[in-house]
Design a protein around this ligand. Structure first.
Ligand code: ADP
Ligand code: MG
Length: 693
């Protein structure tokens, strides 16, 4: 009998395998069939003809028409990859990864083989790769090693309408390469109709339009402005879910970032649980830049019968990713943008109202598969009179230090005459040059120094790269790359579940023992994890995010490789916290601040800027007199995130051309002796503060 069972078993396995194979086959067939239903498909031949006849083509097509996933495949099928790769840039990493995954499925190849992606700190390509999706930042970096982009036959700068800083810089660089390489095909693709500007800039005579398929969308406004848009968004989503039959379509909510999305997720979970079986199943799908890959795929899975999907997305779902089956869009009208004050050189993240163009793109997402509805959580009056027509290109509102360093290392000497599509403010350019000079990356003549050359090797912000380069001098590069990696994960390291706040805070405070500051605390977290041989259990016990840590480890490995490349020795100096902090300050000295009365801080270089230590910092209750910080985040107030205490004399020692003695002389110390910050704050009752205004 055993034999029979065994025989059956074998047969069964073979059958299973056969079954799986045929299932995969039919799934693949369906994918191929789906490809033919996309709007771009009927233009395949004319598009190929256009690419054959013209070197530079501006492509305009509605989101979801198939530009990103199909056009590179058409060109591949037509043989363009025989002469080199097809590169397609995306402003967002998630888009690059997810689109590459989709295209590899459609082509029936393993991701990373013929179809791959390249994003910062993650290269998923091989020698086989012919279709390469990448972030615009990665293509920019490729110019450093291959200025003529010889390994590419086609470059497609996608999502051109987004006008990210890097995309704008790429415009100029690829335009220049195309002039020298008549064999290189250049595709500039965008979702909006503002193609004329692109055509003019590129001197192209070809605009290729792909008419989209758009169903009517009903727009609803609120009668009065919402006080709490997050709550309003959640209530609206639940209302739709409860009142509309589940089969009729999914919901897409636009939020501003990971934290907000996680909050919304938690609240929605809680409220739907309370409603229990009275309502149909609601599937929550978060999507934001640092979402782990495994979960990213979930948003594209078809919604099961009888359930409804709620996609909680950042701006990424505006044009970069198309999710099928959306019928309802909820648009609170906000986006998180970087803003920059060229006068002070201070950069921060802000939640700001979107533009009309964005609002219309968002609404459009509901009408792809049938008539849709968009709920704007602002008034019709807000829309018509408060929103700008379009978003200001990033180049006009950001810190340029990073790209200036990159352009300098590409050997472009005269940035004031660089061929920008839209010129950045001269002031911002000068500020960037000034900062790079202060960091020692440029000399007096604006030429790249040896330090600058080393800094440019790191795919990091110049201040972070400088910190790493400076660690050589303080003999602590081992510690500094751990800190740099921990600062670069893009997601939070600690987590604080609602029901376990006390435990989480306890675990966290262990790393902050001795008020070492946030940077050193990050180092301690990394090293403790390493000491457990990278144990996942340890992460759980310490309320540390496993994923962030794994990412930090990956980034650290790469930084270690880059150290070798710029000939910086890996040296460890774990007990000399002063040396480590001086290395940090060597990069972050422009971010110094000094304690004021009542616990606020003023930027040392720009005393008119008042900031606070973020409540999540280990130093939030300690209030050291002098600090440096990693970044500034603007919510209700300006908050410094990742803060360390420094000695003021370090600033003059480290950056004598940036700080003079008078900047750091402790004038206020007569009124407020050293180290009294905390006591001072405690002795002041909030009411007195309020009364004094
Ligand atoms: P466009 O670039 O014109 O906005 P895309 O080529 O990105 O259009 O999308 C075409 C189609 O491919 C859409 O219907 C979208 O749903 C589907 N698609 C794109 N990426 C994925 C993915 N990662 N998983 C599943 N479907 C996808
Ligand atoms: Mg696209």
């Amino acid at each position: 009998q055993g034999q029979v069972i065994g025989g059956e078993h074998v047969d069964d396995e073979a059958y299973q395998e056969e079954h799986e194979k045929s299932k995969a086959k039919s799934a693949h067939k369906k994918l191929l069939a789906d490809r033919k239903t996309l709007p771009v498909y009927s233009y395949r031949e004319s598009l190929l003809k256009a690419v054959e006849d013209h070197q530079v083509i501006i492509i305009v097509g509605e989101t979801g028409s198939g530009k990103t996933t199909q056009i590179p495949q058409y060109l591949h099928e037509a043989g363009y990859t025989k002469r080199g790769m097809i590169g397609c840039t995306q402003p967002r990493r998630v888009a690059a990864m997810s689109v590459a995954a989709r295209v590899s499925q459609e082509m029936g190849v393993k991701l990373g083989h013929e179809v791959g992606y390249s994003i910062r700190f993650e290269d998923c390509t091989s020698d086989k790769t012919v279709l390469k999706y990448m972030t615009d930042g990665m293509l920019l970096r490729e110019f450093l090693s291959e200025p003529n982009l010889k390994s590419y036959s086609v470059v497609m700068v996608d999502e051109a309408h987004e006008r990210t800083l890097t995309t704008d810089i790429l415009f100029s660089l690829v335009k220049d390469v195309a002039r020298h390489r008549p064999d290189l095909k250049l595709l500039i693709s965008s979702a909006t109709l503002d193609a004329e500007k692109f055509r003019h800039y590129f001197g192209s005579d070809m605009i290729f339009e792909i008419p989209g398929r758009q169903f009517p969308v009903e727009i609803n406004y609120t009668k009065a402005p919402e006080v709490d848009y997050l709550d309003a968004a959640i209530v609206t989503a639940l209302q739709i879910h409860v009142t509309q039959p589940p089969g009729d379509g999914d919901i897409l909510v636009f939020l501003t970032g990971q934290e907000e999305i996680e909050t919304a997720e938690e609240i929605l979970k809680h409220r739907t649980r309370r409603l229990g079986s009275k309502i149909a199943e609601l599937i929550l799908c978060p999507i934001y830049a640092n979402l782990p890959t495994e979960i990213q795929a979930k948003i594209f899975l078809p919604t099961p019968v009888g359930a409804r999907k709620v996609v909680l997305a950042t701006n990424i779902a505006e044009t970069s990713l198309t999710i099928d089956g959306i019928k309802y869009v909820i648009d609170p009208g906000y986006v998180k943008l970087k803003s920059y004050n060229p006068r002070t050189g201070m950069e921060s993240l802000h939640v700001t109202p979107i533009s009309k163009a964005s609002a219309n793109q968002r609404a459009g997402r509901s009408g792809r598969t049938g008539p849709g509805k968009c709920f704007r959580l602002y008034t019709a009056y807000n829309y018509s009179s408060d929103l700008d027509d379009s978003t200001v290109p990033e180049i006009k509102r950001t810190n340029l230090a990073n790209v200036v360093l990159c352009l300098k290392s590409l050997g472009i000497p005269d940035l004031l005459n660089f061929d920008f599509m839209d010129r950045p403010p001269d002031e911002a350019l000068l500020k960037a040059l000034e900062l790079l000079y202060a960091l020692g990356a440029l000399n007096k003549h604006g030429e790249l120094t040896r330090v600058g050359r080393k800094m440019a090797e790191f795919p990091l912000d110049p201040m972070l790269s400088k910190m790493i380069v400076a660690s050589d001098k303080y003999r602590c590069s081992d510690e500094i790359i751990s800190i740099a990696a921990m600062l670069s994960t893009g997601s939070s390291i600690f987590y604080r579940p609602k029901d376990k706040r006390v435990h989480a805070d306890d675990a966290r405070s262990n790393f902050h023992m001795g008020n070492v500051g946030d940077h050193i605390a990050l180092l301690k977290v990394y090293n403790s994890w390493k000491d457990t041989n990278f144990s996942t259990q340890w992460c759980y016990e310490n309320y540390v995010q496993v994923r962030s840590m794994k990412r930090a480890r990956d980034i650290r490995d790469q930084l270690k490789g880059l150290l070798e490349r710029v000939e910086i020795e890996l040296t460890s100096n774990p007990d000399d916290l002063e040396a480590i902090k001086k290395a940090i300050a060597s990069g972050y000295f422009p971010h110094s601040a000094k304690l004021q009365m009542y616990g606020s801080y003023r930027s040392v270089k720009h005393p008119q800027t008042v900031v606070h230590i973020h409540p999540s910092s280990g130093l939030a209750q300690v209030l050291p007199r002098w600090v440096i910080y990693h970044e500034l985040v603007e919510t209700s107030k300006g908050y410094m995130r990742q803060v360390s205490e420094i000695k003021p004399e370090w600033l003059v020692e480290i950056a004598p051309h940036y700080y003079q003695l008078k900047d750091v002389e402790d004038l206020a110390s007569k009124k407020m002796p050293r180290g009294r910050g905390r006591a001072e704050l405690r002795s002041v009752k909030p009411t007195t503060v309020l009364m004094r205004g």
